[in-house]
Design a protein around this ligand. Structure first.
Ligand code: FAD
Length: 424
């Protein structure tokens, strides 16, 4: 149990933007201890904020604006990691295992785990399942949802539900595990997951291509994907992101000329690059790392600026240009905006808009970005979740009947609304 000043590490988030007060942080070592903590909290009427690696960017893992008495339930000590099941191509991992450890474990057995993201050294199995994390391999293997075969969960009453399962296809009743994916700690606490493993990655060719716009980058991706070459990653960044990453990491220019958008493709084959495009292909391992760094370091590089508001949206791909053009018109009008960058996963139309400048408590810029996404039929939450920042925005993208159903599900699973209050 952590109390006093040591609590701060558990009550503030990765970005430093969201912070709150808790009675204590509790770090159980196994599923039975998780269940005991939740039972005690249920009896005392104390709310529970589940926390994994605390890399979430929407205030869901910390008691931001939580007014009722609460504890932070830190799950990083749940380090179960079974031997890889090489007959069924899967593995059971505890909620606290990091994505980096899980990937290394899978690779040592000749497999790959299908989700990878820049926060891999801290982000956990439990947190990535709870947020349905995406990352760079979604275009090839899907989000975390596509990797989950079963879960072990502790419910709001402290009951342990073993839904890890043992078979690939299981139609015996409701899929409890599926309901927990993306539930952001509001329906139950995930203590372990049985996760699908993929075949190892083939030798990859990396290309960086200068593009005229976001729509152009999406068009190039689509042409390549339709040509039959396997696309393992399709990431993109705008010129402001490129300049920020280069400044912070003292990197050379990626291409001879500046381009509005850069597309980074990882392919299992080669493509004939049209003559009118400026592009480069990585020739060796260090070159591959260099090209990847321009995109991988985007989030961390912009975060060296003060007061970064990190936003995550999805757009129908035909509106990528409408959205980014409107952003360029609207953001300079918002008081305090000093710099903004746009980067993301171009195959899914998933853009991260990081804006530096306005005070953390000032949400005007967040509202502008999310309302623009909704205006162009996009989603206000693509892969980071809803957290405590965006529940009021859900009505922009969900029907009232949908919201009613969500509330009924929540009440059925957590009648006293003690699991992660204020989230979703
Ligand atoms: P936390 O931040 O601790 O928690 C996230 C949410 O899950 C909270 O609501 C929490 O209550 C809940 N939760 C945590 N553990 C459990 C559990 N065991 N049971 C029930 N609920 C739980 N995200 C992406 O999807 N793709 C990216 O490419 C990506 N890149 C990132 C890059 C950087 C540099 C950073 C800082 C973040 C990035 N993220 C990305 C966001 C973040 O890493 C993901 O949301 C990740 O899934 C959070 O995992 P975590 O273990 O840190 O969870």
């Amino acid at each position: 149990m952590v109390t006093g000043s040591a609590l701060l590490g558990f009550t503030s988030d990765w970005s430093g933007r969201f912070t709150g007060e808790a009675l204590a942080a509790v770090r159980p070592k196994n599923t039975e201890q998780v269940a005991a903590v939740i039972r005690a909290c249920a009896e005392a009427g104390v709310a529970v904020i589940p926390q994994g690696g605390n890399t979430g960017l929407v205030g869901g893992s910390v008691p931001y604006k939580v007014t009722e008495p609460c504890i932070v339930l830190v799950l990083t000590k749940l380090q179960r990691l079974d031997a890889v099941d090489t007959a069924n191509n899967c593995v059971v991992a505890g909620a606290g295992v990091t994505i980096a450890r899980l990937r290394a474990h899978a690779q040592a057995a000749g497999f790959e785990y299908g989700v990878d993201l820049a926060a891999r050294d801290s982000a956990t199995v439990g947190g990535t399942v709870a947020t349905d994390a995406g990352g760079v391999r979604v275009v090839y293997w899907g989000t975390t949802r596509a990797q989950v075969l079963g879960l072990e969960v502790v419910g709001a009453d402290g009951e342990i539900v073993d839904a890890l399962g043992a078979v690939e296809k299981d139609g015996a009743g409701y899929d409890i595990s599926a309901a927990l994916v993306g539930s952001e700690g509001t329906l139950g606490v995930i203590t372990a997951a049985r996760l699908r493993l993929q075949s190892p990655l083939p030798e990859l060719n990396k290309f960086l291509i200068g593009c005229k716009s976001w729509g152009h980058a999406r068009e190039i991706f689509n042409k390549v994907a339709m040509s039959g070459v396997g696309v393992l990653a399709a990431e993109a960044l705008d010129l402001a992101t490129m300049q920020t990453v280069r400044e912070v990491n003292s990197l050379p220019p990626a291409l001879p000329n500046d381009w509005p958008v850069y597309l980074l493709l990882e392919l299992d084959g080669v493509i004939d690059m049209p003559q009118d495009l400026e592009a480069t292909m990585a020739m060796d391992a260090s070159d591959r790392l260099r090209l990847w760094k321009y995109r991988e370091d985007a989030s961390v590089s912009i975060s060296t600026h003060p007061n970064v508001h990190k936003m995550d949206v999805s757009l129908p791909v035909q509106h990528l240009d409408d959205f980014t053009k409107s952003l360029a018109e609207e953001l300079p009008k918002v008081a305090g905006v000093a710099r903004w960058v746009v980067f993301g996963h171009v195959a899914e139309g998933n853009l991260h808009v990081d804006v530096a400048g306005p005070e953390f408590e000032d949400f005007e810029v967040d509202e502008v970005v999310y309302r623009l996404a909704a205006k162009f039929a996009g989603s206000v939450a693509s892969e980071h979740g809803v957290g405590r920042v965006k529940p009021h925005l859900l009505e922009l993208v969900r029907q009232p009947s949908y919201m009613q159903t969500i509330k009924r599900v929540k009440s059925a699973w957590d009648p006293n609304w003690l699991l992660n209050p204020g989230v979703l």
